[in-house]
Ligand binder design. Structure first.
Ligand code: BGC
Length: 370
């Protein structure tokens, strides 16, 4: 009897330990909460994450929430009820997930903020790219293309289009670009005919292509209708660049093709780059972002508290950052991957990622995801 009791006690202790120590078990359930299928990149992220986690033996629940923050809260609540051990979340609205993620914390679920920071929530880690650098790269492209350092008395006109105010990344992208161009604006080399110089004035809710198109048509009608030349449309990402490029094609009267920047390498935008109506995009390899997330989740579930040393295990370059991203509850330790510039001259770099290939005519890039 004593022996039986001892065995029972030992079993209980093992069970209890299992409950309190996160450990990677065969087939752990991971919840992936993506914002929307309507923007190309999240289809890629969802697919790469699902493929990579499943290949590593995890079970995956993947949701898309139609850019609706209420729906995202419901989708995450359902995944909590389904017993996920880890949640990988791209927030639709950085400020709307606190209560739901508090439930996740209570259930002992590890939450990773994926690509976008989540405010006032208990997040274990943030995995993203160096978001400020994205804007810096867009600005540097403009500085180099127009040789602004040797502009002399020449002046250029620029307009900004930024992203969704509910997305923490949008401010970083805009600031990276604006701060880098500010010396040229202050010197008078760059002029902004619309006078729209703040993030709030040029933000695009939900990163909507249609809204970017409409806003830019208004800007062109109000400030360029008299023949004023537009030299640069600095757009934070590809979904907004698509709308701005369309507005320039339909509503800009000038003979020149303005420089149009973007970010992501969406297929339609790469077509526009080949066709010359968008100039560049800042590429972020989201297959690598998914890979970093997997390595991180593995380490956490193995009971580790990953730090800078984890970067050695990634198959892509990433920095461990413990200074930049404060979500209101404190600094969130972050793994930040490296973005780079793509234009018509180096599209082959995208083919080298394995995420794109040339079409039969070697004219446009298509996705290897099909
Ligand atoms: C991402 C960008 C993307 C944008 C719109 C941002 O949070 O970092 O890559 O273009 O959302 O989807």
């Amino acid at each position: 009897m004593k022996k039986l009791l001892a065995i029972a006690l030992a079993v209980c202790m093992i069970l209890a330990l299992g409950a309190f120590t996160a450990s990677a078990d065969e087939g752990d359930l991971v919840g992936l909460s993506m914002p929307t299928k309507s923007l190309e990149r999240w289809n890629r992220d969802g697919t790469y994450l699902k493929e990579q986690f499943e290949a590593a033996g995890y079970k995956v629940e993947l949701t898309y929430s139609d850019n609706d923050a209420v729906k995202q809260n419901n989708d995450i609540a359902n995944m909590i009820a389904d017993g996920v051990k880890v949640l990988v979340v791209v927030a639709i609205d950085a400020d709307s997930l606190s209560a739901t993620l508090a439930d996740a914390a209570e259930a002992g679920i590890t939450v990773i903020a994926y690509d976008r920071l989540i405010n006032n929530a208990d997040i274990a880690y943030y995995v993203s790219f160096d978001n400020y650098t994205v804007g810096v790269l867009q600005a540097k492209y403009v500085i180099d293309a127009l040789d602004l350092d040797n502009a002399g008395d020449k002046t250029y006109n620029i307009e900004f289009t930024a992203g969704d105010p509910a997305d923490t990344n949008a401010g970083y992208f805009f600031s990276g670009a604006f701060d880098t161009l500010k010396p040229y604006i202050d010197a008078g080399t760059l002029k902004i005919p619309s006078g729209k110089t703040t993030f709030e004035q040029v933000a695009t809710p939900a990163w909507s292509t249609d809204t970017a198109l409409e806003n830019f048509q208004n800007t062109l009608a109000s400030y360029y209708g008299d023949g004023t030349v537009l030299d640069i449309a600095l757009c934070s990402n590809d979904s907004t660049a698509a709308g701005v490029a369309q507005a320039i094609v339909s509503d800009y009267a000038g003979d020149n093709q303005p420089i149009v920047t973007g970010q992501d390498g969406d297929i339609g935008n790469l077509v526009n780059i080949v066709d010359g109506i968008q100039t560049m995009t800042v590429y972020k390899n989201v297959s690598d972002e998914a890979g970093v997330t997997l390595v991180l989740v593995d380490a956490i579930l193995n009971g580790e508290t990953p730090g800078a040393e984890l970067c050695e295990k990634f198959s892509a370059d990433a920095a461990f950052d413990t200074e930049t991203y404060d979500n209101g509850l404190g600094i969130v330790p972050s793994y930040l991957l490296v973005p780079y510039s793509i234009d018509a001259s180096n599209l082959d770099l995208l083919v080298e990622t394995g995420n794109y290939e040339w079409d039969a005519d070697h004219m446009y890039l298509v996705s290897t995801l099909g």
